[in-house]
Write a protein of this length. Sequence first.
Length: 444
Amino acid sequence: MPIKLYTDLALAKQGPLARVAFDTVEIPERLQQSLDSMFGAGTTPAAAVDQILASVRRDGDAALQHWSSTIEGVAINEFEVDRLAIEAAYALVDPLLIEALRVSAAEIERFHRKQTRQSWVDWSDEGALGQIVLPLDRIGAYAPGGTAPLPSSLLMGVIPAKVAGVREIIVCSPPQRSTGEISPLVLVAADIAGVDRIFRLGGAQAIAAMAYGTDSVPHVDKIIGPGNLFVVLAKKAVYGTVDIEALPGPTETMVIADADANPELVAADLLAQAEHDLLASAILLTPSLPLAEKVQAAVARQLEELDRAEITAQALANRSGIVLVPSLDVAFELSNAYGPEHLCLLLNDPWQYVGKVRNAGGIFIGERSFEVLGDYVAGPSHIMPTGGTARYASPVNVDHFRKVISLVGLNEKALQRLGPVAQRLAEAEGLTAHAAAVRRRLEQ
């Protein structure tokens, strides 16, 4: 069977329910050989990224050209895509797909427009306190290209930023080896999303360009978007110079299902996530052994129909599984401990269980509200916390692209009431200049 059934919880906790850090996964031999040839024997992915970042910071556009040629296999003279190329891309994309992107964009915008947050000032006889809520000035979005461009992720990241009022949005996406140009699908998606500028740049060098700025590429305040291991390591390394939305790891779905669930649909939902990549996780928790066995058989049968069957099968074998639990209460305890990116409730009357969820990127309630709809058209951003970070992180939303400035406008009455308190605390911390700044005002 392509997906294992665990009847022992202890073994499941050592298997699919165990968390593996994204940067501790053993890299394939072929990738290591490539690193050795480009960067020197024994170079780790993190060390390679450090070299790329340092060279871009030092040499700017020249470094971008070098790494684009060395890694991407494409010689680039002009990094920025002009308007004519963007308009020409529309003729290369199926009109029905263009319409699908527009529908998706409209649903994403409609959802995020409900997330309102305003500046406020609270006046009293002691003065005023408040907050100024402002959008970021410029953000950068990374859009993977390669053999499987992800236009949906571009919409999911850029549109909440547009709703937030970000002044300028740029996109970096790797050029295709065959043409030296960005995927037409990515160009069309970026245009529909309302991106201001697009650059032919991929990998860690793209992250470096957006973080540090070069003559061609402006530096940004925040970088968003998924990518391969090198993109994620680069985002981790530049954090602090810029903000990032997350360190996106492999996708993961946890399904909690009872005996009434349709095994064919459960299997389809597990396979939909497992096909992403070799490290994807697809986990079913159920108290029903008959359902577990039916789902296991359905997964094997449906797998044979998939174009990406080999990748999907490896993901099912590596980090996935069907776990038999003693009760639904235990299922939710395990789910909250795991903190899945996607939590699918294929249960009889699933709404009664929503309150049990503490940690999840998104909850998908019932068989007609499945995760694939969330990937494309439901409205909430599908850029959700992975790797267990749903314990403290949120899906990309409007607030990711806003900042808050505190307002303090207190008067003499507030000084007389709060000044002695501040002075006492400053003295307790040994900060005599702090205390003196209060005392001098109280003595006037």
